[in-house]
Design a protein around this ligand. Structure first.
Ligand code: NAP
Length: 483
């Protein structure tokens, strides 16, 4: 199947933080792939800005190397790389000083969409918005893209929203959560709302519970100092897992547009019950055979920051009351794996002798690795000798279904950056949504900070702390394997 590519309007995209890790690993490789896909208009330009000294040629060489490092070899084409590099300009600019702003202002073309990607540390988001205004670089068609983390609690998110609102209309602000750009996550919406099969079953009458897992096999690596101030709750749960949860639990929007989808997601967050003390487990990985514990890697030997969190979330609304959502995320676990598993109820009565093997169906939406959708079914074991039952998967791996090239699915950032240029906010978070998520998470964080409780220890390469098994065990359920 050949992907359809609709070219976007002419644009000037300014990446502030153009020398940083995200720009190098994700943003610029994604833009290169969009050039290859024929989606970028011929005149579209990318202006990278940061404080480092780079000549135009040095910056192009720097990005040529980044493409070498972060674009798969079969997607690298010398001629296309040079075409891409021709669109690049570097400006030395200080987000908090005076250097570079005049040059930036002069470099923007009238008539093109102007988008500013804030790919800098979060302390610079507000100053950048204010500088853009002060230097009169923006107009009513300007868009800004704000990276995560959007605040570290409700108060800081509100204060950042307030600064942005003084400078821009809400429809100019694109708060990015790259999970929403993942093909499978969008497929979750297609699966639910473009098929009549599942929606009648998508409620507490038929669904026993839902498990959402985002598991990483790596530790904090070089991000230890940053991560230690954040932890799994702020770094993953409040944003990525919460977004997956909202898309799974929300009502069908009346239309597929930004306002309707975001209204429905907000209603989900607002229907969340407060978390009870026994419905949450915090963990921290202990030393592996090399002596690399979380505390060593974070550079804080007394750290009580969690590298793992699991919780049971309940929704008080008609659709979901009585069906818990178990969410977990952590570092240095058994495998790198992200999935949403919808566990259906067992059949109410078995007519088969083999009934102890009768299991509820599980619909799994796999985000990584091997993006795809799987439905486990119980069938008759083939062959004579009675009616023995067995479980088999109905598997739709995107790689198999859509052909080899399609399996090389666009990175989330490709889709999201093109949506920014189109002005489509459906896959971005609205200000009130982010605040509602913090309003739910804040009391949980405050309660454990007040208690001074230490996180439970777990072995690197395990499924997380033993206490997390109990979280489901006491409800007569068990976590799915992290495979
Ligand atoms: P990074 O590697 O530290 O890069 C920061 C960038 O900001 C550099 O280009 C730096 O360049 C520039 N910068 C710093 N101070 C500046 C100033 N005063 N004026 C202008 N530019 C300035 O950080 P990153 O990993 O790319 O992350 C960028 C943002 O994306 C952060 O908010 C992060 O939380 C978020 N994010 C990153 C990732 C990731 O995978 N890296 C993933 C999700 C979200 P100079 O030093 O040359 O000025």
């Amino acid at each position: 199947m050949v992907a359809q590519t609709i070219p976007v309007d002419d644009f000037d995209l300014v990446i502030i933080g153009g020398t940083g890790d995200l720009a190098k690993r994700k943003i610029l490789p994604s833009l290169y792939r969009r050039v290859c896909a024929g989606q970028m208009p011929e005149n579209a330009r990318i202006i990278a800005a940061a404080r480092s000294d780079f000549s135009q040629q040095d910056y192009k060489d720097f990005i040529r190397q980044a493409l070498e490092d972060f674009v798969k070899s079969k997607k690298r084409n010398k001629k296309k790389i040079e075409t891409f590099l021709e669109r690049l300009t570097y400006i030395k600019l200080d987000a908090t000083g005076i250097e570079g702003w005049k040059e930036l202002s002069q470099s923007l073309r009238a008539g093109a969409v102007h988008a500013f990607y804030f790919s800098v540390g979060p302390s610079l988001f507000a100053p950048l918005a204010e500088r853009l205004m002060k230097h009169k670089i923006t107009d009513e068609n300007t868009r800004i893209v704000v990276e995560k983390p959007f605040g570290r609690d409700l108060a800081s998110a509100q204060s950042l929203n307030a600064v942005l609102a003084r400078c821009f209309r809400e429809d100019q602000i694109f708060r990015i959560d790259h999970y929403l750009g993942k093909e499978t996550v969008q497929n979750l919406m297609a699966l639910r709302f473009a098929n009549a099969l599942f929606e009648p079953l998508w409620n507490s009458q038929h669904i026993d519970h839902v498990q959402i897992t985002v598991s990483e096999s790596l530790g904090v690596e070089g991000r230890g100092a940053y991560y230690d101030k954040s932890g799994a709750m702020r770094d993953m749960m409040q944003n990525h897992l919460m977004q997956l949860f909202c898309l799974t639990a929300m009502e069908p929007p009346a239309v597929f547009d930004a306002a309707s989808v975001r209204d429905e997601k907000l209603k989900v967050i607002k229907a969340l019950d407060p978390i009870l003390e026994g419905d949450m487990v915090r963990g921290q990985y202990r030393s592996d055979e090399n002596g690399d514990s979380y505390q060593n890697e974070s550079g804080n030997p007394a750290s009580t920051t969690e590298s793992y969190i699991a919780l049971k979330a309940n929704l008080s609304n008609w659709r979901w009351v009585g069906t818990p959502f178990y969410l977990r995320t952590g570092k240095k676990l058994r495998n790198r794996m992200s999935e949403i598993a919808i566990v259906f109820k067992d059949p109410p009565h078995s007519i088969f002798e083999d009934s102890q093997d009768l299991k509820g169906n599980v619909l799994t939406i796999r985000l990584q690795p091997d993006e795809g959708i799987n439905l486990s079914m119980t069938i008759k074991e083939p062959g004579p000798g009675g009616m023995r039952l067995t479980e088999v998967p109905l598997d739709m791996s995107f790689a198999d279904a859509l052909g080899e090239d399609e399996a090389d699915m666009p990175d989330a950032y490709e889709r999201l950056i093109m949506d920014v240029i189109r002005g489509n906010q459906t896959l971005f978070m609205r200000g009130d949504e982010v605040e509602a998520a913090w309003a739910w998470v804040d009391p949980i964080i405050k309660a454990w900070e007040k208690s001074g409780a230490k996180p439970a220890q777990y072995d690197p390469g395990s499924n997380g702390p033993d206490d997390s098994l109990m979280l489901l065990h006491k409800d007569g359920r068990r976590w799915r394997e992290i495979t």
